[in-house]
Write a protein of this length. Sequence first.
Length: 171
Amino acid sequence: MIAQILAHTPIQVWILLCVLIALGWSQTRNRQLSLKRVAILPVIMTAFSLWSMTRTFGWHLQALMLWSLGSLAMVACVQRFRLGQGTFFDRQTQQFQVQGSYLPLLVILAIFLTKYSIAVISATQPTSLQNPNFMFVCATLLGTMSGVFLGRSLRLWRLIPTATAPVQVNA
């Protein structure tokens, strides 16, 4: 059964997986990010998550509420975690210095696997889509995972007002 599912998976799904892995892998290295770049990943992953949810359940009010509540709850949770020691905002360059982390890669893969699983279930057991418990789990999972990216970006953006200009040393 699994071999059939994998064999019938369109090639563009595997291409998307490779792109998402590359995107997640790029997050594992220490790097400098512009203000715009800090906003891009959460926007992309939130759009992908919301698109997945609405494509599966339509614009169902309960699904949207569950997705939103999951996302907001995770944003609140992520705000409680400390940033890595090497993470700061440089006012002079208008760049964030961000420590690498495997968390984005894991969350990207979790969103992909959730979406892939939903697609497989939709194809093999279409009546499951009408099950309120299935909708509850899927919408909440997708929203929660999106909240990780949104919360992480908000934590970084909160560094801006507290950033100090670098001290110039005259030699």
